[in-house]
Design a protein around this ligand. Structure first.
Ligand code: ARG
Length: 563
């Protein structure tokens, strides 16, 4: 329920010649102190037109205001403060949420238009890194959020499945690898071969030439090279799928870099037609000096196309295929320059839709403050992290609730959910340290805390074991209930803010606040005692679960009903 809008409407009735409803709405403030009411109107905005002191205007308005949802008004200096009728508002809010259920907070600003989201995008033959995990969970949450406000998300895994590294891999495989080992543990074996290649190549530099030759063969469609490439890709993808299944995240497309191989010539032709190409020491570039950016490298001197060339092809392909309203890229902060160049080249090409492309950068996950690196094989294996998180969750369940049904499943939901939540609760640009033991705690600012709050609320409802009555007046006016009601009522605004900032952390932080407020309420209220407010209290509990579950769903975190 938008009570600010209601107050704007009420004020508007009395000053209609001077201010529009929207203007009034924008002027309304949220007082910091509870004794200044719930909403404040600064009357000095009317001083000029009325040629009166703001205080007098506020006083005169105060006398005219009369609405069942407004308990009283008070003037303090130039401000007219509104105190809402908690009983009326709580009743309206609780009915709205419990009837709308998971559609509460839906918006239609997207008008069903497509929003491709470039997300996850790991590199073939290498493990999914913590950075790719961030891209995966941020991208997935953004997909849920844009869908909530009415767009149609298209989740695209832009696999790193092309490039000179495949030349290296083929050489290494032919020299030291064998089929059985790769089949048994594809990523580990391929990574080992890759690392071995670099170690040996430090001494035997001719290996680099061999690798270049094999990549050239691959580009020319040589059968042996192509078959090996295809096989590496399939085996790697199988491994990635395990992780996506654990996270319960799916994709609409796995068109990676290689998908654009046959679309490169057109890109180069288009750039040529528009006279954007120049040569620099044999390489073909687009000059971006007027954007204050380094030139975009389109083709190397040997004719090989580059990462950005593929991204140009991909952007154009996505515009043609999806006619997108927005096009998002959940990719680490370290690629900011790349996406600036990408947008600049597309603008130079005359594509004004480049403005609808947004790089959604994020910071690093660190350990002991240090960056994790894959180069020398020093990597955290994501699968292990997720399994370990599940084990830690199981330990806590065994301590707290050893007889829980479906323990295994709940431990997964809590363990994996905790990793996702931890990733999303920080402003995405912040770097953050990852200490698994802290992430899986049931108390503190964690995912399990929110999950636990929801499960506890559901258990109250099970205990009450009654049909909730939504017809009767749902009056609640104590301070703890009111905090919860104001918070659940603000959920639609929270969704909009998360969308406008492309920032899932807005929802994660909100779910923590709501959990804290609910636990305070729970700690200070005897919810189940038999009195005339029992039904209203239970509806409040129910409405809280609706909003907590929807918040978790948007983040991609499961909400077990018992834990
Ligand atoms: N594969 C790249 C990496 O791991 C990320 C790709 C991001 N997406 C894109 N369209 N460039 O760094």
């Amino acid at each position: 329920m938008d009570y600010k809008l209601l107050i704007a409407k009420e004020i508007h009735q009395h000053v209609a010649e001077h201010l529009t409803e929207e203007q009034i709405f924008d002027l309304l403030e949220n007082p910091k102190h509870a004794d200044h009411g719930d909403v404040a109107f600064p009357a000095f905005s009317l001083a000029k037109v009325f040629r009166k002191a703001p205080q007098m205007i506020a006083n005169e308005l105060a006398e005219k205001i009369n609405h069942s949802f407004i308990e009283k008004t008070e003037t303090v200096g130039p401000y007219l403060n509104f105190f809402l009728n908690k009983n009326e508002i709580s009743s309206a809010v609780l009915k709205e949420i419990t009837t709308q259920k998971d559609t509460f907070g839906d918006a239609s600003i997207g008008e069903g238009k497509n929003v491709p989201i470039d997300m996850s995008s790991p590199n073939i033959a290498k493990p999914i890194s913590m950075g790719h995990l961030r891209s995966t969970v941020i991208g997935n949450a953004l997909a849920n959020i844009v869908e909530k406000v009415g767009y149609k998300p298209v989740k695209i895994n832009h696999l790193g499945d092309w490039g000179t590294q495949f030349g290296k891999l083929i050489v290494a495989y032919k020299k030291w690898g064998n089929e059985a080992d790769v089949k048994a543990d594809p990523i580990a074996q391929l990574l080992k071969l890759y690392v071995q290649f670099h170690e040996v190549a430090e001494e035997e530099t001719e290996l680099e030439d061999e690798a270049r030759e094999w990549f050239k063969k691959l580009e020319d469609g040589d059968q042996e090279a192509s078959e090996l490439w295809k096989w590496f890709r399939e085996e790697s993808l199988k491994e990635f799928m395990k992780i996506y299944e654990m996270l319960d995240i799916s994709f609409d497309s796995f068109n990676g870099e290689a998908f654009y191989n046959d679309k490169m010539d057109e890109v180069v032709e288009l750039l040529e037609e528009k006279n954007l190409l120049t040569t620099d020491r044999g390489a073909t570039i687009v000059d971006l000096e007027k954007y204050n950016l380094n030139p975009a490298l389109i083709k190397k001197s040997d004719g090989a196309t580059l990462y950005i060339t593929r991204d140009l092809a991909a952007a154009i392909y996505r515009k043609r295929t999806y006619d997108f309203a927005l096009s998002l890229y959940a990719v680490g902060n370290e690629q900011s320059n790349h996406f600036k160049q990408l947008k600049a080249v597309l603008s130079e090409m005359g594509y004004d839709w480049a403005e609808d492309m947004y790089h959604i950068p994020f910071g690093l996950i660190t350990q002991g403050g240090k960056k994790l690196s894959t180069r020398k094989g020093k990597i955290i294996l994501l699968e292990e992290v997720l399994n370990e998180a599940t084990n830690l969750a199981m330990e806590q369940i065994n301590e707290k609730n050893p007889n829980l049904e479906d323990k295994e499943e709940v431990a997964k939901q809590v363990g994996i959910g905790s990793v996702i939540f931890h990733d999303l609760k920080n402003d995405r640009l912040n770097n953050f340290d990852f200490v698994l033991e802290e992430v899986v705690q049931f108390e503190g600012e964690t995912g399990p805390y929110v999950q636990y709050t929801n499960a506890r609320a559901l258990s109250i409802l099970r205990k009450a074991d009654v049909e909730l009555d939504l017809e009767e007046k749902l009056s609640l006016d104590d301070e703890y209930a009111w905090e919860v009601i104001k918070l659940i009522n603000s959920f639609p605004d929270i969704v909009l803010t998360a969308f406008e900032k492309f920032e899932p952390s807005v929802i994660a932080k909100y779910s923590l606040h709501l959990s804290q407020a609910f636990n305070k309420y729970y700690g200070n209220t005897r919810i189940l005692i038999e009195d005339e407010q029992r039904n209203a209290r239970l509806v409040l509990v129910k409405a809280t679960t609706v909003v907590l579950q929807e918040s978790l769903r948007l983040l991609g975190v499961k909400a077990p009903s018992k834990m």
